[in-house]
Design a protein around this ligand. Sequence first.
Ligand SMILES: C[S@@+](CC[C@H](N)C(=O)[O-])C[C@H]1O[C@@H](n2cnc3c(N)ncnc32)[C@H](O)[C@@H]1O
Length: 462
Amino acid sequence: MKRETEQKKSEEIKKQNVRAIASQVIDEVLSSGKKLKECVDKKAELFKDERDRALLKEICYGVLRNLPIIDFSIDLFLKNEIKEFDKIGLSIMRVGSYQILFLDRIPAFAAVNECVNSAKILKKDALTGVVNTILRKISLNKEEILQIHYKKPYEESLSYKYGMPLWLVKRYLKRFGDVESEKILDSFNKESPTSILFFTMEDYLNSKRILEREKFQLEENDLFELTYFVKGRDITKSECFEKGVFYVCDPASQLPAKSLPLKENSFSLDPCAAPGTKTIVISKNLKKNSFLISSDFSKWRVKRLIENKVRYNLNNVFLVYGDILNSLPFKDKFYSVLLDAPCTSLGTLKKNPEIRWQIDEERIKKESKRQLEMLLSVAKCVEKGGFLLYSVCSIEKEETLDVIENFLKENKDFEKAKLEIDKKFKDVFDLIDKGTLMVKPYQHKGDAFFISLLRRKIGKKD
Ligand SMILES: C[S@@+](CC[C@H](N)C(=O)[O-])C[C@H]1O[C@@H](n2cnc3c(N)ncnc32)[C@H](O)[C@@H]1O
């Protein structure tokens, strides 16, 4: 019995090999479409040592940010088609190749040995030979492999240099030209820092000392008020987080909430609200005697909305659990409606590098169709003279400009309205017309984003 327990224990320890776990995470994310952050955070709990957790994150994010060159290096020495190779085996080699090509502090022999070890741990003993051979060859040819983008045609070279799928590179080149595309690709492949928003200056001043004592370093965001980049541990572990004095969100995601027209004695609607980033900011800005109805159709996400309502004390917000594509009982009721629509999230590649491997052009088209359907549906809730704000964390044309254009073609009751936001946002980001703002990823340290403000015409009296 004791021996069995000991054996189990040593099995567990063996399983907690960073490279083996990283290989599992990469396989899971690429084959099942799961979110990288969620998978990494869950597996990181297996490791007590902060350095192991950091290495796990570095390897997983690094592989997904550099997949084209990593796969090129493996393909160069593999006899069979890379697509036909055992999935876990391929993941192990990707982990090894990333360390050899990009992590100079890890000696190549150690990376190779650890990956061979991972193959044993993950019960892929038959692949240890090939893993060993391929990784050694990559190590011997490292310098040449890293120069590959100089030898390829322009489009392909960008895919290698910036770790992006070729279809996405071609898309950007066609739409934005060479210079801007490179800026976009380069910025999307850089990690963006964690960002927090305080609700008042008093909250910031009261929390500053506690956060510093807890060893968090704050860096002020010049563009967004009361917004700070955070370095250090997971900020949600701070005692200030539980007090609800700040919210963790990308700076760009404040823009829709800050652009939504609000007035006294009125109701506003946030029909795709969960987990509540925009709801929280709108709630803090609501005028006297005004209320916000926030809803979502995902049970799990509505639970997070409920938690946020409690943590941030959102007494002027009422929650609904429902589907906006089914008939809504809110015809003509709201002064302003924010549709923060579901999208490909391609604007969040800095934080979520995996999305580039999970989305294709077909999916962009599908999202665009659904977004138009949703916009047409929620438009019915806007009162005459009221406002409809559309936002997505994507800058793909089909999900942004085309949705607005098609909506205005189908719904003649609406017209473009002027965005009343701080001039500095209009200066830094792209103001496409009076009501449409596009945030490109290289324009700030955060996500790419799109917002467009529409107004329901007053029309004739009923
Ligand atoms: C971009 S996310 C919203 C993020 C949220 N506004 C925030 O700031 O935290 C889109 C949301 O739309 C919700 N959704 C998708 N289809 C929906 C539908 N038919 N009815 C209601 N909600 C929907 C999703 O569950 C998801 O929470």
